[in-house]
Design a protein around this ligand. Structure first.
Ligand code: SAH
Length: 352
């Protein structure tokens, strides 16, 4: 046990750990150690961001996807999935509504839908940035060419979320079909950074076949890459995927990893995700109390929400945007945090 405590002490001092050392922390279920990590993570987060929680208005623009990720409910081979795409006018309307509710970041997320070519996205991003010059536009639309990433950046997109999913090639290949490539995904993150985006990486906790060593590599990758944002949430099975019978990731491991990530990447914008709120009724509150500082309420039109089903049981699919926002603001207040009207950019990144 001393081993893990020594490693944790070095992480708390801001030292760089090896993936083997991170694996020890990821695997340790010692409660005292977990509490040490949690308290240090909260302190670190408070030093950088105070008790502010940033919100992002999530607009799920399409459930159409050409990819076939084995874990995902909107994979192309799921014939039961209900498909939709929002038209650009509707996306602008969602953002309008979000702006009135106090959102200053809009996240356009979707499957890899060929409809959303640069010819569609460039004018859309320009419209959003013209109407709301004080807002950030974040994209989460999967893998695209360097030219496309550049065109979208030049149109005004500020940030790009592209979870790396796993930093272990052999593990990546168990989660994705042969046409998808670990190297290409990792390369996309490098390209996005080079273009000038604020970049988000991340992974699912407890995804099928994941080991502590895999998590060790995820954490070491995050510490060296220092993404501006990092999305992690529990894997949750979807009934129409090959992983339907696999167990979901646990609350406890997700919270432990949130704390470790906060310590390894002190300035990172770290959401308490909807998936975390789905496996536990107060999962998002617990995520904030473990070191997260972002929540992402849904701004998608209610009629499509149930169709953006990446996993079973997703919460917040019935409420209007205003209700979602108020509910989360209330939940944050109840634990002593304040949801703010702010773009919520990353504090200057400390690179190791
Ligand atoms: N098409 C985009 C957006 C993907 S959806 C892209 O490729 O980046 C956003 C994230 O949801 C994914 O990166 C994945 O980590 C997560 N996700 C997908 N299926 C999930 C599941 N069954 N349980 C939990 N998270 C899931």
């Amino acid at each position: 046990m001393n081993g893990a405590n020594d490693i944790a002490a070095r992480l708390l001092r801001g030292e760089t750990l090896t993936s083997a050392e991170f694996a020890v922390l990821a695997a340790s279920s010692d409660e005292t150690l977990e509490e040490t990590l949690r308290a240090a993570a909260v302190e670190r987060r408070k030093a950088v961001y105070g008790n502010k929680v940033y919100t992002r208005g999530l607009i799920e623009i399409s459930s159409i996807c050409k990819n076939d990720c084995l874990y995902c409910g909107i994979r192309c081979s799921n014939k039961n999935a209900e498909r939709y795409r929002l038209d650009p006018d509707e996306i602008v309307k969602c953002a309008e509504e979000g702006y009135a509710l106090g959102f200053r970041t809009f996240v356009l997320q979707g499957g890899e839908d060929p409809f959303f070519s640069d010819d569609v996205l460039v004018p859309l991003i320009k419209t959003l940035k013209t109407r709301h010059p004080d807002c950030a536009v974040t994209l989460s639309l999967g893998e695209r060419s360097s030219e496309s990433y550049k065109a979208l950046f030049d149109a005004g997109a500020d940030r790009y979320l592209l979870r790396h999913e796993t930093a272990t090639k052999a593990h990546y290949e168990k989660l994705h079909p042969p046409q998808m490539s670990f190297e290409r995904r990792m390369q996309c993150l490098q390209v996005l950074r080079k273009i000038g985006y604020q970049v988000g990486a991340g992974f699912m906790v407890g995804s099928p076949f994941q080991t502590a060593d895999d998590l060790g590599r995820d954490l070491a990758f995050l510490q060296s890459f220092q993404p501006e944002m990092c999305g992690i949430g529990p894997f949750i099975p979807h009934k129409d995927t090959p992983f339907r019978a696999c167990p979901a990731g646990t609350l406890r491991l997700t919270l432990r990893l949130l704390s470790i990530i906060r310590l390894a990447c002190p300035n990172v914008l770290l959401p308490a995700t909807t998936a975390l709120g789905t496996i536990d009724p107060t999962g998002r509150e617990k995520g904030i109390l473990a070191g997260a500082n972002v929540v992402m309420p849904n701004l998608s039109p209610v009629r499509v929400r149930k169709k953006y089903a990446l996993y079973d049981g997703k919460i917040c699919t019935g409420e209007e945007s205003a209700q979602c926002k108020d509910c989360l603001a209330q939940r944050m207040r109840a634990i002593g945090y304040e949801v703010v009207v702010d773009r919520g950019d990353c504090a200057k990144t400390i690179r190791n």
